[in-house]
Write a protein that binds this ligand. Structure first.
Ligand code: SAM
Ligand code: SF4
Length: 414
């Protein structure tokens, strides 16, 4: 799509349609930086082992062109958060990140005090570098630690050791007002005691935010090809109980399936995803969701970095774009909103999907009958129960279109 045809597309998206969105949701910006030092054997993200130098300047040019071509689709809207994810964004120089944030600020109005998160890998840790990201305008660091146990880190193919992880987190604590630690559990050969030690190590840094994910074996990864021996379901479930109890005791509330935060430190960017807000996604393979008065649009960018750069510079970064079908919106909304411990107001469903609440009444009644949700208060807040949280994909599946046959895959890592 050229810049001119993006403007045409924007006009096209304003035409009458079957949805009625009263107001547009908050808008976030996701920027994908796709290179890593080495590909981890469990990882199915669009990340590529770097061979030689990263083409930093060329990639930043491509991002700027992508952003410019996208502006007609988000005209007049303020950006409420920015997430620079990967890949390993901390492979980019602080000067490069400074330029990126400057390019964004020059083109899109950011809400005052907007959260700007950058993902960092302890394998790229250098004291001055982390501070310089702060100077470039990053307000929050998300550190991919995964484990503080050297043997486990080796088993999952990480490029860093525990000492580097500790140093990176200590520096994030010094240099930033808020930060996140990413951990994974149910790792190959991990015991409950080993997880307890990992949690002690993480919580010892008093993180304002902790994301902890059950290791999943994704198709087309090295682990899918050569599966390691993993803790069984019972042990994994005990592990999650341990995580929740330890994090809670340390003052971190579980506000989403995998996310724990101290008051005032929830991730604004991820909350916007879970509340079915909008996001423009730029960069190789980035996904986006944009709402208009009568439709919701999904976009994907070219996945392979060199192809993305070429296409973005030619004004055609988007490889695939489609309008979300009316029948798919209830499931897409629930895939996100039911991940939140506090649930959502029923009116939010209509606000964000443009559909009447009658579209989900039958499924909500079925979920309530099975004890998976509760509907509370005058405003009709829909909240997953403990049982619903434990069997989240079963709960979400209730909102699939009647004849779809397929069980959905709950998303969530970012
Ligand atoms: C997009 S990744 C980027 C983080 C960064 N590249 C790193 O790994 O240090 C975000 C998080 O997803 C989690 N993750 C990645 N692959 C996973 C998998 N197969 N199963 C569970 N969690 C995974 C990890 O905790 C990771 O930190
Ligand atoms: S898990 Fe993170 S560091 Fe490892 S390959 Fe994936 S994106 Fe890169």
């Amino acid at each position: 799509m050229s810049a001119a045809s993006a403007a045409e597309a924007a006009a096209l998206h304003q035409r009458p349609g079957t949805l009625q969105l009263g107001a547009l949701p908050p808008l976030s910006l996701y920027v994908h930086l796709p290179w890593c030092l080495r590909k981890c054997p469990y990882c199915d993200f669009n990340s590529h082992e770097k061979a030689g130098e990263i083409p930093e300047a060329g990639y930043l040019d491509a991002l700027r062109a992508d952003l410019e071509a996208s502006l007609p689709l988000v005209w007049g809207r303020r950006v409420h958060s920015v997430f620079i994810g990967g890949g390993t964004p901390s492979l980019f120089s602080p000067e490069g990140i400074d330029r990126l944030i400057g390019d964004i600020r020059a083109r899109m109005p950011l809400e005052p005090g907007a959260e700007i998160t950058l993902e960092a890998n302890p394998g790229t840790f250098e004291r001055e570098r982390f501070r310089a990201y702060r100077g470039a305008g990053v307000t929050r660091l998300s550190i991919g630690v995964q484990s503080f146990d050297d043997a486990l880190l080796q088993r999952i193919g990480r490029v860093h050791d525990a000492a580097q992880a500790h140093a990176a987190v200590a520096e994030a604590r010094e240099a930033f007002d808020t930060f996140n630690i990413d951990l994974m559990y149910a790792l190959p050969g991990q015991t409950l005691q080993a997880l307890a030690a990992d949690l002690d190590a993480a919580l010892g840094h008093a993180p304002p935010h902790l994301s902890i994910y059950h290791l999943t074996i994704e198709p087309n990864t090295v682990f899918a090809l050569r599966p390691p021996v993993l803790p069984d379901d019972d042990l994994a479930s005990d592990m999650l109980d341990l995580v929740t109890a330890r994090a809670g005791a340390a003052g971190l509330q579980r506000y989403e399936v995998s996310a724990f935060a101290r008051p005032g430190h929830r991730c604004a960017h991820n909350l916007n995803y879970w509340q079915f807000g909008d996001y423009l996604g730029i960069g190789a393979g980035a996904h986006g969701k944009l709402s208009f008065a009568h439709r919701v649009l999904r976009q994907v960018r070219w996945r392979e970095p060199a192809a993305y750069m070429r296409q973005a510079l030619a004004g055609a970064a988007v490889s695939n774009e489609h309008e979300v079908a009316r029948r798919d919106l209830p499931f897409e909304f629930m895939l996100n909103a039911l991940r939140l411990r506090e649930g959502f107001e029923l009116s939010r469903f209509s606000e964000r999907t443009g559909l009447p609440t009658s579209a989900v009444q039958a499924a909500l009644a079925a979920a309530e009958d099975r004890g998976m949700i509760e509907v509370v208060g005058a405003g009709g807040v829909v909240r997953p129960t403990a049982r619903g949280f434990d069997f989240l994909s079963d709960l979400q599946t209730l909102f699939l279109p009647p004849d779809s046959g397929a069980a959905g895959r709950p998303g969530g890592r970012c």
